[in-house]
Structures are given as structure tokens and as C-alpha cells.
Write a protein that binds this ligand. Structure first.
Ligand code: ATP
Ligand code: MG
Length: 419
């Protein structure tokens, strides 16, 4: 016998869980509408080149985690490992820069693939909700993107999250910073992991983000970007903090955040929970003023975040959030006998055509068992149909909540339930 299981690090969403997804998806869409963001859907696959360029070839994602393959046309294709690069590619390719700025674009339920060691909070296929706000340098833009996330968490009943913000500066400040960082790290080169040794020349800041314990120990006392900001970047960061203050949002400045993708400039942030174990970042993002140009577009600034939907659900469960209950059908037809069964089947269809959810017996259950089943699936009303009811053309509609019964003509059932 064959025994096929789902690939490691993937998860089915079974019906008793999927309603939770529907609820957060709907809340996310409503929140995006409130903030004036519109959905942009991009493919699951992209040319590998996009991520080499867009995410950066010294990042963990590109160096270790991508699902890359040659297709039958010998093209190198990669399953999306994050959302932003594809959004920016689509922004440029569809000439969205011709539309009024700023453009607020979001994606939802986007399957995201990373070849990671599966563990709590770390899947090989996870799903992201994200927003990209394109066209503005203003600190208000960074703040608005962050506030959208915070407002969403509030709306979803999650209260124990901490917002961590930092600035990693622009390419100008990065020069001084890289020099200082290299000077500090030079003495430890032979103690660092192989990946970090290769990062030392190309992109030493990446070493701050390494997950290897020995590298983490080394960088503990390394210089931090926030102490190397140029005047513009410092002012911008002050501006973002002032906006968050004005909105009454709490945050901590966390100089350790550098983010795992190369495209960030200036503001970076994470929203962290301490209730879901080591992988506590639910949402992470920042400003990326150079990416659109890097990918062949004009020089247009942008800021955004990605939110792990599985981690969000884990945080909601940890917070004891009650999800809206799934509604049972409005009507269950219990039928007794051949002719009544036919009638019940036809009536079920008729009600559905009129937008009223209805069910009948598919399992050849006894009359009594049908009522039990109606109870189990939480039907609001039951309608019993036997030969007598058919003859009279009248049925009793029983309200399951209070047991009350109403007599209704069979041919006016649709109108009755429509009310
Ligand atoms: P980490 O430092 O935990 O590896 P990251 O920097 O790789 O995180 P991002 O690229 O910022 O994560 O991804 C955005 C969000 O997507 C994360 O904050 C998290 O909620 C979620 N996420 C990332 N990787 C995974 C994964 N393997 N499984 C589940 N969710 C994930
Ligand atoms: Mg990661």
C-alpha cells in the first residue's frame, strides 16, 4: 500500500480551521479598503533572477531557502519566497507608475515558499498578507503602513504585540557603517560561519541577522546602524516616531533589527508576540527606496510589510480570540417515504436558488435520525415532509431555537424563508 503524506513543512487547512482563515481574510480586505489599498495579484512563480536582484544574493532566503527549478524550457524559475519583489515587478511591468501616487497595493493569502528547517512557526509553505505603499518619501507613509498593521491586530482582538522599529539608513550612511562594522568584525572572521565569512566583503550588515549562535555571540557588541545615520535619515526616523506618537502607537526602538532582505533602506520594523515561541515575528517590513529602480523601474520610493498568516492565527489562538461561529443551514428537510423525499430534494434546490441555504438527507437515514442530524449541523429550522403533508400541501416549520412551529404552504416556502 502506498503511503503518501504532505511534503514536510506544509499544512492542510481543514474545514474546521478554514473559517478562521475566511474571517481574517475578510478583516484584512476590509482594513485595506479603509486605508485605500487595492489588491494586486501576482503569480506564484517568477524568474529566479528577480529574487537574486530583488531580495539580494547575500540573504538567507537566496543563499539557502529558495525553491528553484528549471522548467521544460530550461528557464530558471523560483516559487515566491516573499511578496515584495513580485509586486514591484508587476508594478513596473503594468506601468502602474502612470497612475496617481501614492499607490497602496496589497496581497493576501499569498503562498510563500522557503526551504527551512520545519519547526513551530516555520513552514516550508506559508501564506502572507502584505502591503506596499509606493511613491512617497514622507515619514507619514511609513507610519501609515505600520498603523494599518496595528489597527488590524486590534480589530482581530490581539493586544499583546510589541512594535519594534529601527532605521538601517541609506546607501550613504551604510558606507560609514559598513566600514565600522568591518573593523569590528575583522578580528572574529575565523570564528564566524562560512556564510557570514562570505558576507564580510559583500554585505557585512547581513551578519547582524545571522541565526548561527556563534555569529550571534560575535555581533552582540558590534556597531549598530542607528548610530551611523546621516542627517536626512536621522530626521526621517524622528519623523516616523513623531507620527507614531501622534497616533498614540507604542513602540520600542530596537537597534538589533536589520531585516533579512537586502532591499530595505531607512525604516525597518517588526511586530512581535512573546506567546508563540521563538518565531515570534508576526509582521515585518520597512522602507525600500532603491528596489524599484534596481528592478528596472524609475527611482520611486516605497514602504511595506509582510505578515505571516499562520503566525497571525497562532497569535490569535494564543490570545484566546473567539472566531465567529460557522452558520448552519437555514432549513433542513426531513423526509419520510419516496414521494416526500423527491419533494424534499426539489424544495432544497428551490430554496437554494432563492439564496436560502437548505439541506436534506443524503444518507438514507431514518426519519428520527434525520432530526438528530439537523441538530448536529445546527439547522435553524426543520421541515418534516411525509405523505400527509404532501396531500395537504402544508408543512410545519419548526424553529430549532425555541421549538415553536408554524404552518406554511409548501408552494410558498421560498417566500416564507426569504422574510
Ligand atoms: P525570520 O527572521 O523569522 O526568519 P524573516 O525575516 O525570514 O523571519 P520575513 O521575510 O520578514 O521573515 O517574512 C514576513 C513574515 O512572514 C514573518 O514575520 C513571519 O510572520 C512570516 N514568515 C516568514 N517565514 C516563515 C515561515 N517559514 N513559516 C511561517 N511564517 C513565516
Ligand atoms: Mg527567515
Amino acid at each position: 500500500m502506498i503511503n503518501i503524506q504532505a511534503p514536510k513543512g506544509t499544512k492542510d487547512v481543514i474545514p474546521s480551521e478554514s473559517h478562521k482563515w475566511h474571517y481574517i481574510e475578510k478583516t484584512m480586505r476590509d482594513m485595506c479598503a479603509l486605508y485605500g489599498a487595492r489588491e494586486l495579484r501576482t503569480p506564484i512563480i517568477e524568474h529566479t533572477e528577480l529574487f537574486l536582484r530583488g531580495v539580494g544574493d547575500t540573504t538567507d532566503i537566496v543563499q539557502k531557502e529558495m525553491y528553484t527549478f528549471l522548467d521544460k524550457g530550461e528557464r530558471s524559475i523560483t516559487l515566491k519566497p516573499e511578496g515584495t519583489a513580485g509586486m514591484v515587478r508587476a508594478f513596473i511591468e503594468n506601468r502602474l507608475f502612470n497612475e496617481p501616487m501614492p499607490q497602496k497595493l496589497y496581497y493576501l493569502n499569498s503562498p510563500t515558499f522557503r526551504y527551512e528547517k520545519p519547526q513551530a512557526g516555520r513552514l516550508r509553505e506559508h501564506h502572507q498578507f502584505g502591503i506596499e505603499m509606493v511613491g512617497s518619501f514622507a515619514p507619514e507613509t511609513d507610519a501609515e503602513v505600520i498603523l494599518l498593521a496595528l489597527t488590524l491586530f486590534k480589530k482581530l482582538g490581539v493586544h499583546d504585540l510589541a512594535l519594534h522599529i529601527n532605521s538601517i539608513g541609506c546607501p550613504e550612511c551604510r558606507k560609514d557603517y559598513n566600514a565600522a562594522l568591518r573593523e569590528y568584525l575583522a578580528g572574529y572572521l575565523d570564528q564566524m560561519c562560512e556564510t557570514c565569512r562570505s558576507r564580510f566583503d559583500k554585505n557585512p550588515m547581513r551578519i547582524i541577522d545571522c541565526k548561527e549562535p556563534k555569529c550571534r555571540e560575535i555581533v552582540k557588541n558590534a556597531p549598530r546602524t542607528i548610530d551611523f545615520l546621516c542627517e536626512d535619515c536621522r530626521k526621517h526616523f524622528e519623523g516616523v516616531k513623531a507620527c507614531l506618537d501622534a497616533a498614540g502607537a507604542e513602540y520600542v526602538v530596537d537597534p538589533d533589527i536589520v531585516r533579512g532582505l537586502d532591499y530595505y533602506t531607512g525604516t525597518v520594523f517588526e511586530v512581535i508576540s512573546n506567546r508563540i515561541g521563538a518565531q515570534g515575528a508576526v509582521c515585518a517590513g520597512g522602507r525600500y527606496n532603491g528596489l524599484i529602480e534596481e528592478l528596472g523601474g524609475q527611482s520611486i520610493p516605497a514602504v511595506g510589510f509582510g505578515m505571516g498568516m499562520e503566525r497571525l492565527l497562532a497569535v490569535m489562538d494564543a490570545n484566546g480570540v473567539e472566531f465567529p461561529k460557522v452558520q448552519g443551514p437555514t432549513v433542513y428537510f426531513a423526509a419520510n417515504g419516496d414521494e416526500p423525499r423527491k419533494k424534499a430534494f426539489a424544495l432544497t434546490q428551490k430554496l437554494r436558488e432563492n439564496g436560502i441555504s437548505a439541506e436534506f438527507d443524503h444518507m438514507d437515514r431514518s426519519f428520527k435520525a434525520q432530526f438528530k442530524y439537523a441538530n448536529k449541523i445546527d439547522a435553524k429550522y426543520t421541515v418534516a415532509i411525509g405523505d400527509e403533508e404532501l396531500e395537504l400541501g402544508i408543512v410545519k416549520v419548526k424553529c430549532m431555537a425555541d421549538g415553536s412551529e408554524t404552518e406554511v404552504r409548501i408552494d410558498s416556502l421560498a417566500e416564507h424563508f426569504a422574510e
